[in-house]
Design a protein around this ligand. Structure first.
Ligand SMILES: N[C@@H](CCC[C@H](N)C(=O)O)C(=O)O
Length: 321
């Protein structure tokens, strides 16, 4: 039998599979099939696959709900960090991701029974080829720019962290409107601007260094929270809005809870710390052959007490959305 864990960061939910514990690793096609099956049957946002790494404590691969691969996942990385930390008894280490080994570190619990981790979000690029977006949208980096092809007045910033994000600060009315869904769907189906799709985030400023962010994710659709989206949004607004500061903690609320972000900059460029919960909701056991066939059948799922603790924590948040 093999073990999987249902995990979440800010209710961005995944199944986590440690391939090093299997008799045979899943092929990329099998991982893709399994992610699609899990999204359909268990309504999670994707699959996090843990492998061995030559240069870090472990390696994370992110497979979206539609089977596409993601270059990074901030909420997912916190849960992988917790898994590796408990497995290998370390608190401060690195995890290999698609483009870079990223630093992760255990943090004080957010509340009783709510473990937390900080993860590095990097590398960061505003270069059109890094997202990528086409000259039909803009020939230069998009920073606080009106894009008439997308909307007559919103100011957008596009940044890869390294997965692609398009961000706009909006009013509460715009946040409540269907605009985010319309843009998210337009830019994540065949379109002349973002050939590989893009995560689209809207942000409302609640107070200085306090944001509410909602994201329509590439390969998924609406999520409760997108960790890289909240990190990218803090970075984008810290460059263009006086009310979001670099080198300070920023609170980012989302439909699934809240995280803290911190934007850094030095000679090498930008990076962002993302701090939030890493919750294990359930432990699942399944026959390894079924996993290889992408069949989520005859599974035993046992819930942990952690979700109740998380919901109690969220109930204490001063939420306006
Ligand atoms: N939810 C994630 C981001 C997952 C990847 C995204 N769907 C993509 O394809 O870029 C996060 O917490 O960062």
């Amino acid at each position: 039998m093999s073990d999987l864990y249902r995990v979440h960061g800010s209710e961005n939910q995944f199944y986590l599979l440690d391939q090093t514990q299997l008799q045979a690793a899943l092929t990329p096609e099998e991982q893709q099939q399994l992610a699609i099956e899990l999204a359909q049957r268990e309504h999670v946002d994707g699959l996090l696959v843990v492998d061995e790494s030559d240069s870090a404590l472990g390696k994370m691969t992110v497979v979206n709900a539609d089977g596409s691969l993601a270059k990074m996942c901030g909420n997912g990385l916190r849960t992988v960090a917790r898994y590796l930390s408990e497995q290998q008894h370390q608190r401060d280490f690195a995890v290999t991701t698609a483009l870079k080994d990223l630093s992760v570190a255990q943090q004080p619990d957010l509340a009783p029974g709510v473990p937390a981790f900080a993860v590095e979000i990097a590398p960061v690029s505003f270069d059109p080829t890094a997202l990528p977006f086409t000259p039909a949208l803009s020939e230069t980096p998009i920073i606080d720019q009106v894009l008439p092809a997308l909307h007559p007045s919103l100011h957008f910033t596009a940044v890869a962290v390294p997965n692609p994000h398009l961000i706009a600060q909006v009013t509460r009315e715009q946040m409540a409107s269907p605009l985010l869904q319309t843009l998210g769907e337009q830019l994540n189906t065949s379109n002349p601007y973002f050939p590989e799709g893009v995560n689209v985030s809207f942000a409302v400023q609640l107070a200085p260094n306090e944001l509410f962010v909602r994201t329509y994710e590439r390969g998924v659709g609406f999520t409760n929270a997108c960790g890289t989206g909240m990190a990218a949004t803090t970075l984008a607004l810290s460059q263009t809005k006086a009310d979001v500061a670099m080198n300070q903690l920023v609170s980012v609320y989302n439909p699934g809870g809240m995280v803290k972000t911190w934007v850094h900059h030095d000679d090498t460029g930008f990076w962002i710390d993302l701090i939030g919960n890493a919750t294990v909701m359930a432990h699942a056991t399944i026959d390894e052959d079924a996993l290889h066939r992408g069949q989520w059948r005859d599974v035993t799922i046992e819930a942990t007490p952690e979700q109740a603790a998380y919901e109690q924590f969220v109930a204490t948040l001063p939420r306006e959305f």
